[in-house]
Design a protein around this ligand. Structure first.
Ligand code: NAP
Length: 193
């Protein structure tokens, strides 16, 4: 299967995540251990060059309150965190706590991004942005793991489907074919290994 072309800095609003094969971007309690070792060469350089600002939500921030850890510390741009109670957030370098609607937060983040992309690191905010038509691109790295529980990329019970076109490839409507195998054999599972 062909991979995506390198990301470009174009003032886009990206819904950018590493995702489990079953559609989770975080495990229970915002767990992220499952992502270890799944990055590909050049990914950090690609996104540190093209990302102008990050927009996240308060739950993700409270779980990992460290803007310096984004892209392994290689990225040093502005971070915007949406919260209904900014007054009880500890001030942090490069981080602005906003209490506004998601559309306004995107406007502020795009301005700060200076023509580079805004990465939305929140399924909660992303769902609202999809409803408002404010997401330009979904950009995913699918990790070879099934989590079964956690925070879904897109969780909208009762919501209408959002139709997508695949970027790259000949047919934007074509399915993407992938094939995986469990790392444990039935014998290992039965033996408790
Ligand atoms: N896999 C990856 O590549 C990747 C990348 C980035 C992040 N993540 C993970 O993604 C998860 C994000 O979790 P999430 O989407 O469930 O939560 P979240 O967006 O981080 O937090 C949701 C909270 O943000 C606040 N909020 C959201 N919209 C708001 C608005 N319009 N106005 C004011 N406040 C607003 C509310 O908190 P209050 O009411 O309490 O203020 C809301 O409960 C985290 O676990 C993070 O680690 C994964």
């Amino acid at each position: 299967m062909s991979d995506t072309e390198p990301q470009t800095a174009a003032g886009k609003v990206l819904f950018h995540f590493t995702m489990s094969l079953d559609g989770f971007v975080a495990g229970p309690d915002h767990g992220m251990d499952w992502m270890t070792g799944t990055s590909r060469p050049g990914l950090i350089e690609e996104y540190t060059e093209t990302t102008g600002a990050v927009l996240g939500g308060r739950d993700g921030w409270d779980a990992f309150p460290d803007a310096g850890a984004i892209y392994g510390g290689a990225w040093d741009g502005p971070v915007f965190v949406l919260t209904h109670h900014p007054e009880d957030a500890a001030p942090a370098d490069r981080v602005t706590f906003l209490n506004c609607d998601p559309a306004e937060a995107v406007r502020i983040a795009l301005e700060a991004a200076g023509g580079k992309n805004v990465e939305v690191f929140s399924p909660t905010i992303g769902r609202r942005l999809f409803e408002l038509g404010l997401v330009d691109e979904i950009d995913l790295h699918i990790a070879p793991v099934l989590l079964g529980d956690g925070i879904r990329l897109y969780d909208s019970p009762g919501g209408a489907p959002i139709n997508l076109h695949r970027v790259g490839g000949d047919d934007p409507m074509a399915v993407v074919n992938v094939r995986y195998r469990p790392t444990k054999t039935a014998a290992q599972v039965n033996a408790g290994n």
